[in-house]
Design a protein around this ligand. Structure first.
Ligand SMILES: Cc1ncc(COP(=O)(O)O)c(C=O)c1O
Length: 380
């Protein structure tokens, strides 16, 4: 069948370019050292988190059963939303089954041309996550991708279109998932205000680690951010997504966001895990300190090997190698020694910037980092 042959052709081409993705079959060696997890605080294995998931399952069942709009009992969802809004300093919040679903469907709804009365202009950091791009694209917005973290470029694009009376949006991650660097929210909020742009921030990798009490960077700028999205699948150790915003925006999303309206409510077990993890976040100060100390130590060690870690200042440390084959070969050799890191290739990152991504979590110590760096040295 010609249609099926087209799909095979794409996969063959990706193989030729060393860009083919495949699922790991499982490894002979159990990882001795795992740097691939986004569960930065190890909350996925916290007894309280697991217990609360079990308790919610026993009390409310395993399934969300139907869309929330078709349910009468909302308390477990509303209670968690209230907590999120309180800690993110917004009027309200709305839960989703995943962060990806939140970004794609919320942006599609917010950028709707009919609602806005004109095609929106979206000013978009080039390194933003695929879900942010897909949502903007699905809505048919005019997308202007500014150079990663380049505020002069963002300002000049905003200035170019300043006199045009169209709805404008700025979309950025706060801690970037593939680079581990951090957006200048102070400057971005000022630009959004100056140019009257709606500011949408994604805190998937910041929640749990950054900001007051660990609830993300947006809390310091809540007056000037229109919507903050986050994920439960990273530091919070579970799954699902949320947006924190005004009551008015929540009302609009409940009425117009397909990813909320037409999706079954999250499983109560997941809500139980998310709720317990959310409560634990402010208590994990020493874990956060340990993570940042280890990430700094790793960057220092990598620098002595003249390796490029970009502008990373967070728990995510990229080692930018450039060549895809080289990245895959280093990853494989490390794996043979029981050390697991992620290989990240284009199109997830720009061409010629293929990299290993090292995620530090609270179980890592100096001896783990030393082992990793020594083994890496022998693979270069
Ligand atoms: C920046 C960013 N936003 C959104 C998502 C999607 O979140 P989730 O994994 O909850 O679907 C990810 C996941 O990798 C991400 O890195």
């Amino acid at each position: 069948m010609k249609i099926l042959a087209s799909y095979s052709k794409v996969c063959s081409k990706l193989k030729d370019l060393s860009l083919y993705r495949k699922l790991a079959k499982g490894h002979k060696n159990k990882p001795c050292l795992d740097f691939t997890s986004n569960s930065y605080l190890s909350l996925n294995t916290y007894p309280k988190v697991i217990q609360n998931a079990q308790d919610y399952g026993a009390k409310f069942g395993t399934s969300g059963k139907s869309s929330r709009l078709l349910q009468t009992e909302q308390s477990i969802y509303l209670d968690l939303e209230k907590k999120i809004a309180r800690d993110k300093k917004t009027e309200s919040a709305l839960l989703f089954n995943s962060g990806f679903q939140a970004n794609v469907s919320v942006l599609e709804a917010l950028l709707d041309k009919k609602t806005l009365g004109a095609k929106p202009y979206v000013f978009f950091d080039r390194a933003n996550h695929a879900s942010l791009y897909q949502g903007s694209q699905l809505a048919g917005a005019q997308i202007f991708r500014y150079h990663h973290l380049d505020m002069d470029h963002l300002r000049s694009l905003l200035e170019t279109y300043a006199s045009l009376d169209v709805p404008k949006f700025i979309i950025t991650e706060t801690v970037f998932g593939m680079d581990g660097d951090v957006a200048d929210l102070s400057l971005i909020t000022t630009l959004a205000k100056t140019y009257n742009a709606f500011l949408y921030v994604d805190e998937a990798h910041a929640t749990g680690l950054f900001g007051k009490n660990g609830y993300g960077l947006s809390t310091d700028f809540h007056d000037n951010i229109n919507l903050c999205m986050g994920s439960f699948s990273k530091a919070l150790g579970s799954s699902g997504g949320y947006v924190a915003c005004s009551k008015q925006l929540k009302e609009y999303l409940v009425n117009k966001c397909g990813g909320f309206i037409y999706s079954t409510a999250p499983s109560p077990m997941i809500i139980g895990a998310c709720d317990a993890a959310w409560d634990l976040i402010p208590t994990l100060t020493s874990e956060r300190t340990q993570i940042f100390e280890m990430a700094n130590y790793l960057r220092k060690c990598l620098k002595t090997l003249s390796l490029d870690t970009g502008k990373s200042t967070s728990q995510i440390v990229p080692i930018i190698i450039g060549d895809e084959n080289k990245v895959l070969s280093i990853q494989k050799r490390l794996q043979e020694k029981g050390i697991f890191v992620s290989a990240i290739r284009p199109p997830t990152v720009p061409p010629k910037t293929a990299r290993l991504r090292v995620n530090i979590n609270n179980s890592h110590n100096v001896s783990h980092i030393d082992t990793f760096v020594n083994e890496l040295k022998s693979c270069l």
